[in-house]
Design a protein around this ligand. Structure first.
Ligand code: SAJ
Length: 408
């Protein structure tokens, strides 16, 4: 079996590379970040995820290696970041472009370049084909292009790598079959073959669907707040309907997928994305809504000192250490804009200092605050409910088991 060179060893690339190696493929993981590569070569993982350590050991036992160099190979899987440009909301393909260029420098004739990174619909046609052709490569002969977007959810990545259905978009059915066989070495679910544009679009709309659904729940939360109705009860009842499935309201939408991908559609189809844009705005407004609720509680209890407020959770969701686009960081930014400093922060998963007034010890944090705002529903807080019971609590995740907590 030939070598698979996985490019980009972040949240998606690393688990994917390890899973391929564990499943018997010869794999080299490449990342330009030498610190990260050194850490992996020294046997140290670069982020936490359930089951990742075991997977890492299994991959190492199968001879997997890590390098800053692109390898000579006929199969490349690219999982590099695809950020968006703040002003235009369009995808910035610079990392994918440079990875493809690096691949072209070393690859075998006929190599398959599989892009796993989420890209906006049309990216491969607009940005990737032209650079390959400009370098004199004939697509379909010298190299083959594929798009195999990932679907795994942080917190349950390892299980989902093996059990989620996936999509492979390709120009050529034969090459698609060849790559499908590689993914089948670990993926037990259906692998759908399609064209590249459909693969690009389906990935982005999956995350957009979820963003719109969460926005609906968040709008309901605001409506219910004005009339003092329990939004969770409403959603629970509505979801008994066999064709209704409303997601949960929360303090905002974070992470590098659901809060980002819809912008690709808004950026590319500004005249056609009314609903998608409205959903983005609603979800982005939630940290401000939480601030309003904090203000309500402070007024009701005559608290004037903002430093008596403690935010529990910095990660973008429960049981992960990933803070990208996290609602708590969004909320702290709003506070900064209003020159309101001093709010305390604690997250048991975030052990690096990221913001001012961040506590590393839960008890110290609790000793300093009167109001605890539950921003993330980590298992840790569920197991420590008794420690916050005597505080004023704003529970934005609806996880508190005691009476009297304020809700969204
Ligand atoms: N959230 C809510 N209410 C909900 C569910 C989530 O407010 O009912 C919030 C979360 O708290 C979080 C954000 O939404 O801040 C996103 O969290 P998530 O767990 O829904 O999703 P991600 O961003 O961790 O992962 C998503 C997944 N996509 C879908 O479920 C359609 C995952 O399968 C993708 O692989 C990933 O995006 C990606 O990389 O695209």
């Amino acid at each position: 079996m030939s070598l698979v060179n996985v490019i980009g060893l972040g949240y998606i690339g690393l688990p994917t590379a390890l899973m391929l190696a564990k499943s018997g493929n010869e794999v080299v993981g490449t990342d330009l970040n030498s610190k990260l590569v050194n850490s992996l070569n020294a046997g140290k993982l670069t982020f936490q995820e359930d089951g990742l350590e075991e997977l890492f050991q299994a991959a190492l036992a199968n001879g997997m290696t890590f390098s800053t160099e692109y390898q000579k190979s006929d199969t490349y899987i690219l999982a590099v970041p695809t950020p968006y440009i703040e002003e235009s909301k369009k995808l910035d393909p610079k990392y994918v472009i440079s990875a493809v260029n690096n691949v072209l420098d070393v690859c075998d004739k006929g190599a398959a370049i599989v892009i796993e990174s989420t890209i906006s619909p049309g990216t491969i046609d607009r940005h990737i084909r032209p650079i390959i052709e400009a370098r004199g490569f004939v697509i379909g002969e010298d190299v083959h292009l594929l798009h195999a977007p990932e679907r795994i959810i942080p917190g349950n990545m390892i299980y989902e790598l093996e059990h989620n259905s996936r999509t492979i978009g390709a120009d050529s059915p034969e090459v698609a079959e060849k790559i499908k066989a590689i993914y089948e070495s670990f993926c037990q679910a259906e692998i759908v073959l399609t064209d590249i544009r459909s693969a690009e679009m389906s990935k982005v709309i999956e995350n957009t669907y979820r963003d719109v659904n969460i926005a609906f729940a968040n709008e309901l939360a605001k409506i219910c707040r004005t009339d003092d109705i329990d939004v969770y009860e409403i959603i629970k009842i509505a979801n008994k309907h066999p064709r209704v499935n409303i997601l949960q309201p929360g303090p905002g939408v974070g992470g590098h997928c659901i809060s980002v991908d819809p912008w690709f559609l808004v950026g590319d189809y500004p005249d056609l994305t009314n609903l998608i844009l409205a959903a983005r705005k609603i979800n982005d407004s939630m940290p401000r809504h939480v601030l309003g609720r904090i203000r309500d509680i402070m007024r009701e209890h005559n608290i004037t000192d903002i430093s008596k407020i403690g935010l529990y959770g910095l990660a973008y969701k429960e049981n992960v250490d990933d803070t990208r686009e996290s609602p708590t960081l969004q909320l702290l930014e709003r506070l900064d804009e209003h020159l309101a400093f001093g709010v305390k922060v604690f997250d048991p998963f975030v052990t690096e200092r990221m913001v001012d007034h961040q506590f590393m010890n839960f008890e110290d944090f609790l000793n300093e605050v009167e109001v605890v705002v539950v921003m993330v529903g980590h298992d840790h807080i569920k197991q420590n409910m008794d420690k916050i019971e005597d505080k004023l609590v704003l529970d934005t995740k609806n996880i508190c088991t005691f009476e009297g907590a304020y809700k969204l």
